[in-house]
Design a protein around this ligand. Structure first.
Ligand code: AHR
Length: 633
């Protein structure tokens, strides 16, 4: 075997910089998000109190407990408003266990907001404490709780030098026998850029580092709802959090809607991504649909109102509402997707529903790019179903086994260029079991085997970026606690305290950070093949782009073979600077990152020197490699 490796001939990779290549879409890589795997509540949305409005379970005060023997907590249908119909009646004191713990960090200020009332309770003592209540990490007193519902805010500060822990709970005590009522309790740690009602800084950093060009929201299934009544209720997600009723999500738990329409847009702003809005299109996951025509009109209007909220001026009803909500500047919305995965709608209603949405949107916003959600030209073997209107893009989804995903690296080389442009709005390679079947026994994030396949697929999207305009992996986020995940493969994992990027996260970050504005034609030859049964695939995949302004040349090479491989690289027509960088990821196929080993597979960067227009480079077995070279201008 060793002998065979030694005599392994180098593969040949030639790049032709004289050929013009094709323009690379400036929006190739973005993010897709929805409320799944506790992505927002218990995830990116920084709220620490679980079941803050007591609506998660009708029968019991889920996640709220009596603070000690003799204390009691009960649900009462006596909340302060229609959005807060339920109150928690507490005698003595209560605790909240957070989303699998509460993150305690040293020298940190937590902002507590409590809607409470009491006839005679006296002061309430709020604390962050160990789960047995024996260690107090921070505390504050709330005075002035009276007979009427009122909002009380206090800060809780932890000391310097404290050891970070998530083994903590929140407690609110009135003293033995003293009763008080709560209608909402909210606790925030410092957020990204200190935005009130904002996001977790560690996760926002991981997301921003990917340089996403767009954010597809709010789903996914979460947009559609299990029934039409469960669709994403964007109007009810606006305004102060105590006015948001929340709603039933599609992944087995209720959403607080703290991550509302405006918060999605602020998330875009904070990661420099443009919004890509999915609008409910009259089809829910249970198959219920609304026929095109007058019955569909309210939903079309709902979508137009939503767009107006995002882009409208002060003279418009919904633009004025956005301004009142604190964001005078319209957001730069360029894409609206009509529904989600409407290829699953077997009623045949999508085409006419699409036409009605398309016409209404284009009439008011002629430049808006309208996306069909049917899944592209070959979704489930269906023919391109839109004949009456041509969508600007169509959204294709691929949750594909790793081998097949590597096979898809050439999918777009021969793709029909006459149809709409492609938006790969959800994609991910999986190992042996499909992510919707594997549940908690797989993942929660991709291993190196998936990463190799993901990267191979990305080389194909990059080479064909004239047709593939946009792409986003899904799902993006997962709370790794048992019970926290509904989908087994997700890009970024976290618990209450820590977070990590998967190997595929790093591969995607490298691809997005190293992208030019034109493709460079390339030829690979002499590449060893890999076999599965009777099938063969190349062992190496590649793509190259260059930046015509800076002269930077980005070469990506994915080695799907177990052994390292030498490659003779021939840069035809290039006048190369002698120095460059080589960044790579490598590991065993089963290697994954985790809370315990967040950087087990992480990029390694090496300087390259003495480069000429021809050079030889050896890449490790099972590796994703990005070369940043510089041509002389
Ligand atoms: O990403 C998980 C789910 O997969 C999405 O909600 C849905 O669009 C797709 O079927």
């Amino acid at each position: 075997m060793l002998f065979l490796l030694l005599i392994q001939e180098p593969a040949q990779l030639s790049l032709d910089l004289r050929a013009p290549g094709v323009a690379v879409s400036p929006y190739l890589y973005g993010h897709m998000t929805e409320e799944i795997n506790y992505s927002y509540d218990g995830g990116l949305y920084a709220e620490l109190i679980r079941n803050r409005a007591f609506l998660d379970d009708r029968n019991k005060p889920a996640h709220w407990s009596p603070v000690e023997a003799g204390s009691t907590v009960t649900l009462e249908r006596a909340g302060m408003s229609a959005a807060r119909p339920v109150a928690l009646k507490v005698t003595g004191g209560t605790t909240n266990d957070g989303y699998w713990g509460i993150p305690i960090r040293p020298a940190t200020t937590y902002s507590l907001s409590v809607w409470a009332k009491a006839e005679t309770a006296g002061p309430l003592r709020a604390s962050l404490e160990s789960v047995d209540g024996k260690t107090i990490f921070a505390e504050a007193v709330i005075n002035g709780v009276g007979a009427d519902w009122k909002n009380h805010t206090v800060k809780l500060k932890t000391a310097k030098g404290l050891k970070p822990t998530k083994d903590a709970r929140f407690a609110l005590r009135s003293g033995p026998g003293k009763t008080f009522m709560l209608s909402q309790v909210s606790l925030f740690p410092p957020t990204y850029r200190n935005r009130p009602n904002g996001n977790r800084p560690d996760l926002m950093k991981l997301l921003s580092d990917m340089k996403p060009k767009f954010l597809r929201f709010p789903g996914g299934n979460y947009l559609e709802g299990n029934t039409p009544a469960d669709r994403f209720p964007w109007k009810e997600t606006l305004g102060p959090i105590e006015t948001r009723p929340g709603h039933r999500g599609t992944w087995g738990y209720r959403s607080s809607d703290g991550m509302g329409l405006l918060e999605f847009l602020l998330w875009c702003e904070e990661t420099n991504a443009k919004p890509l809005l999915g609008v409910y299109a009259g089809y829910a996951l249970n198959g219920e649909y609304t026929k095109a025509g007058p019955e569909l009109e309210p939903f079309v209007q709902e979508a137009l109102d939503e767009i107006e909220y995002i882009v409208g001026g002060p003279e418009t009803k919904w633009g004025a509402r956005r301004i009142a909500d604190g964001h005078p500047k319209p957001f730069d919305l360029e894409w609206v997707e009509v529904g989600n995965e409407d290829g699953f709608d077997k009623s045949g209603s999508y085409e006419s529903r699409f036409v009605q949405f398309y016409d209404a949107i284009k009439k008011k916003y002629p430049k808006m790019q309208v996306i069909s959600s049917t899944g592209g030209k070959d979704f489930l073997g269906a023919k391109f179903p839109i004949t009456q209107r041509r969508p600007d893009l169509w959204d294709e989804h691929y949750y594909t086994e790793s081998w097949d995903m590597m096979g898809m690296a050439t999918k777009y080389d021969t793709y029909d260029r006459k149809g709409p442009k492609v938006f790969v709005g959800e994609w991910a390679a999986h190992d042996t079991v499909a992510p919707w079947q594997a549940g908690p026994n797989a993942g929660p994030t991709p291993n190196m085997k998936c990463t190799i396949a993901d990267a191979a697929f990305m080389t194909g999207m990059e080479r064909n970026s004239d047709i593939v305009e946009m792409a986003c992996y899904a799902p993006l986020l997962v709370n790794v606690n048992p019970g926290g995940r509904q989908w087994s493969l997700n890009l970024i994992g976290y618990d209450a305290l820590e977070s990590f990027g998967s190997p595929s996260y790093y591969a995607q970050t490298l691809f997005a950070q190293n992208l030019g504005n034109r493709t460079v034609e390339l030829k690979l030859s002499g590449v060893p093949t890999q076999r599965k049964g009777t099938q063969t695939l190349p062992g190496i995949f590649a793509s190259a782009t260059r930046d015509t302004k800076s002269g930077a040349l980005y070469l990506k090479v994915v080695n799907a073979l177990p052994g390292s491989q030498s490659i003779d690289i021939d840069l035809q027509g290039a006048n190369l600077q002698p120095d460059g960088t080589w960044t790579y990821l490598t590991g065993y196929l089963k290697d994954m990152n985790s809370i315990a080993e967040p950087l087990k597979v992480a990029p390694i960067t090496r300087k390259l020197t003495g480069l000429g227009s021809k050079f030889q480079q050896r890449v490790p077995g099972y590796s994703v490699n990005v070369f940043k070279l510089q041509t002389k201008r």
